[in-house]
Design a protein around this ligand. Structure first.
Ligand code: SAH
Length: 218
């Protein structure tokens, strides 16, 4: 059994990471506080213990990655998450992004298409700390119609297009943050559903995510 320890060294590295995120333009104190609180090294294999607080993506198995902390903070900031928001996340992966949302006080519904990664949540170390995360095995393109509508939707994989079913599951006034392909890279888009049911689209920086694939695996 792995022993999980959050040492002074880990805490110090986390503070440095938070300073770096501030320098890079993250201003939302609630997000910075969540990142300062959550031991990212617990979400990674112990081999990454010493480098877990570098602002980098790392492999988490099944060819997938935990997102870079800057990307997590950036997407969360664009999403403008408030306590008690009902948030749908596509791409559970390591559960790190979901934990940041849960730490802020959102009700998180997260979908993963890789069976092995989905199954790993049963050993998720913060299951008791974050009862506000609900895990689903499925295809994110379908969303979760039985739990819709959502205040916010966050896609943490590179989408070839904006999935129409997810737009349907967004509340009026709701916000979706999604990286959409432009060749090899993706453009971060923020979609807001306006009162007359039309969509407002805003375009932000370029990022590089693993692809959002169709169907389930496993
Ligand atoms: N939010 C994650 C990032 C994981 S990377 C974290 O914080 O670690 C993206 C994840 O999206 C991968 O685990 C991948 O398997 C998953 N994914 C890709 N396409 C998907 C789809 N259609 N539905 C659900 N999950 C998907």
């Amino acid at each position: 059994m792995r022993k999980f320890e959050d040492t002074y060294q880990h805490k110090g590295l986390r503070k440095q990471l938070v300073s770096l995120l501030k320098e890079k333009g993250i201003t939302d104190e609630t997000i910075l506080e969540a990142i300062n609180t959550i031991p990212r090294h617990f979400f990674l294999d112990s081999a990454f213990d010493k480098i877990a607080y570098e602002d980098r993506a790392f492999p988490i198995g099944e060819g997938q990655t935990i997102s870079q902390p800057y990307t997590v903070a950036y997407q969360t900031q664009l999403l403008n998450v408030k306590k008690n928001d009902k948030v749908l996340e596509i791409g559970t992966g390591s559960v790190y992004q979901a934990s940041v949302l849960a730490e802020i006080g959102a009700w998180v519904y997260t979908i993963e298409r890789q069976k092995k990664l989905y199954d790993a949540h049963k050993q998720f170390i913060f299951r008791n700390k974050y009862p506000n995360i609900k895990f689903f095995y499925g295809d994110g393109y379908e969303g979760l119609p039985s739990f819709a509508p959502f205040d916010k939707i966050i896609i943490t994989a590179a989408a070839p297009f904006i999935p129409p079913k997810l737009i349907t599951q967004l509340k009026i006034g709701g916000v979706m943050v999604i990286p959409v392909n432009e060749g090899e890279i993706q453009r971060m888009l923020r979609i807001t559903k306006l009162p007359n049911d039309t969509l407002q689209e805003e375009s932000f920086d370029a990022f590089s995510f693993v692809p959002m694939l169709t169907g389930k695996n496993g």
